[in-house]
Design a protein around this ligand. Structure first.
Ligand SMILES: [Zn+2]
Length: 304
């Protein structure tokens, strides 16, 4: 049973917006594509865990903290006798393994996912213990991309390669499991501890409002184009033709502003500028009034 769905991290959402609205350096672009690819890989794994029939609890994308250490688990599955953290890697291409770790053939080295896995297992163990749960942890790396090859692959490591995934999932689903209230309580407790503090957010490039391209970005994934006015009630994407009601487009822009500039006080003027002047300040003000709380009095009115 799925208890927590997956959505894009703030980091990915910010990088996505920056990619559309500013000029990223080649290195920043590479980092952005890596985040997109990682997220796509996780969604691919979700399609497989969706099919599980056994009595287990699935928690996607959880970020936890113990003793000032933050760790993130792509997928966590709670079964009767064991708890299974999964680390999903969407690597593509040819890699080799040696005692130093994983290396890309013709490319920069990557951080050893086995180290990441053992750190996560250790911290999760400490956290479970602090909650009074003594349940074995079995962690696994899933290489989800069918076009990933690892040469000199180590045996006896908790790694599932692309060609093994289907067999592994079938076998995994046969794990005998019968959950009780205690398991559910543990899952609820972990979800309530989920923190939005990404351990990686400091890797973001610096950016400023003035330097970013203004306008309403198309809501369709990967379209990256801008919307133009489609008449009184809607805006239309000039690339894919996608139609969106005015109000929902404005609200998306406000949420984007809040994500990119958490310190900013949201005013009609800022939103008007951010949307590229497509809709009148009068209309934007009305949308803000209806969906947020106005603060700060008449002279300097902002919305929260
Ligand atoms: Zn579009």
């Amino acid at each position: 049973m799925l208890l927590k769905t997956r959505s894009e991290s703030n980091e990915l959402l910010i990088m996505r917006a920056l990619n559309t609205r500013s000029k990223l350096s080649p290195q920043e672009k590479k980092y952005y594509f890596k985040l997109e690819k990682g997220f796509q890989g996780e969604l691919m794994f979700d399609l497989l865990t969706d099919k599980l029939q056994s009595d287990m609890l699935v928690i996607n994308d959880i970020c936890l903290e113990i003793n000032d250490s933050i760790f993130q688990i792509d997928t966590l599955i709670i079964a009767q006798n064991t708890i299974y953290p999964f680390e999903i890697k969407n690597y593509y291409g040819d890699y080799f393994y040696d005692s130093d770790g994983f290396h890309k053939i013709s490319g920069p080295d990557i951080t050893n996912p086995l180290h990441q896995l053992s750190r996560c297992k250790l911290l999760l163990g400490q956290l479970l213990q602090s909650l009074g749960f003594n349940i074995p942890i079995e962690s696994t790396i899933i290489f989800i991309n069918p076009e990933f090859t690892l040469y000199q692959a180590p045996l006896k490591q908790p790694i599932i390669y692309p060609t093994q995934i289907n067999g592994f999932m079938k076998e995994f689903d046969r794990t005998p499991s019968k959950l009780n209230d205690r398991h559910k309580k543990l899952a609820d407790q972990l979800i309530s501890m989920h923190s939005n503090k990404s351990p990686y957010i400091t890797r973001l490039p610096t950016y400023q409002f003035n330097q970013m391209k203004k306008g309403i970005v198309c809501p369709k994934p990967k379209c990256d184009s801008y919307m133009i006015s489609g008449g009184d009630k809607t805006v239309v994407c000039k690339n894919c033709g996608c139609v969106e009601p005015n109000e929902s487009a404005i609200l998306r822009c406000v949420e984007e502003l809040k994500l990119l500039f958490p310190e900013m006080k949201i005013t009609t003027g800022w939103v008007f500028e951010w949307c590229g002047g497509i809709k009148s300040t009068k209309f934007i003000r009305r949308v803000l009034m209806q969906n947020y709380t106005a603060k700060g009095g008449r002279k300097f009115c902002y919305f929260e």
